[in-house]
Design a protein around this ligand. Structure first.
Ligand SMILES: Cc1cc2nc3c(=O)[nH]c(=O)nc-3n(C[C@H](O)[C@H](O)[C@H](O)COP(=O)(O)OP(=O)(O)OC[C@H]3O[C@@H](n4cnc5c(N)ncnc54)[C@H](O)[C@@H]3O)c2cc1C
Length: 232
């Protein structure tokens, strides 16, 4: 039976989150603010993000403000006033401001490595257990028993699967079918610093899904400063 949980049901629950990516780290912050006892289990022995930039929309920044972590994120990101979509040869298709949410009107552009570092940095010491690759989940006496490939076992009242596109949690509890539609392939983004003080510009915003076969480029205006990490 599906039972909708209220925030007071979360208080004092022992929650295991599998995966310390953006999803897992954000869930850990939100659930611990509700009073849960949270442990995050991450397979990697060290957190490192590959890739380029990510845009944190006004609604996301508003939520970070509610959680009291706005400054930690804003310190390593760059506010953008508006966005433009251009054709592959540079002709403008559209230009618009970011949709406002709460008190926020900017999207913050952040390097993926800075984002995960900042998110994990606001979690209490000892909450994230690195080197824990989930192998299986079993239910015993109404609790979940998690077994990791390093031989460790953990118990939890509630398990959150934040272990990415090849989720073991999803495979074990729901289905071994992947989440992707067969008609689409991954979108590849790159953010080379063409004029680093003012712009992050995508030159290859190649979307190969059946719905959008044409290449487009996106350009984001960013005020005057770049994130602390140099762009790839
Ligand atoms: C180059 C690039 C640019 C992007 N730009 C944007 C953007 O601008 N805006 C946007 O919204 N999205 C963007 N995305 C997509 C976004 O990065 C993903 O949606 C996001 O990373 C998903 O976060 P997640 O925490 O769910 O999963 P992941 O980031 O995949 O994290 C999953 C974590 O779980 C761990 N894990 C996996 N299996 C196990 C296991 N068995 N046991 C324990 N731990 C495990 C992994 O090691 C990993 O740390 C971009 C993606 C890429 C590649």
């Amino acid at each position: 039976m599906i039972h909708a949980m209220k925030s007071e049901d979360i208080k004092n629950l022992n929650i295991a989150i599998i995966g310390a990516g953006y999803g897992g780290a954000a869930a850990a912050k939100a659930l611990s603010l509700l009073g849960a006892n949270v442990n995050v289990y991450e397979q990697a022995s060290q957190m490192r993000e590959v890739g380029a930039g990510i845009g944190l929309r006004p609604a996301t920044m508003d939520r970070f403000s509610t959680w009291g972590i706005f400054d930690a994120i804003a310190k390593v990101s760059s506010p953008s006033d508006y966005f433009e979509i251009l054709t592959a040869t540079g002709e403008p298709i559209m230009k618009d401001t970011w949709p406002e949410f709460g008190g926020q009107a900017h999207t913050y552009l952040i390097h993926r490595g800075d984002f995960i570092e900042a998110l994990l940095g606001v979690l209490p010491e000892g909450m994230v257990h690195l080197g824990h690759k989930l192998e299986s989940i079993e239910e015993r006496d109404g609790r979940s028993v998690l077994s990791f490939t390093n031989g460790n076992i953990a118990e939890a009242d509630l398990v959150v699967g934040a272990d990415g596109i090849k989720s073991v949690v999803r495979e074990q509890l729901f289905s071994d079918k992947g989440p992707c539609s067969p008609e689409s392939t991954p979108t590849v983004w790159s953010f080379p610093p063409t004029t680093p003080t003012d712009w992050w510009s995508t030159t290859t915003c190649g979307c190969t899904s059946a719905r959008a076969p044409r290449s487009i480029c996106c350009r984001f205006a960013t005020g005057t400063r770049c994130p602390s990490t140099s762009l790839p």
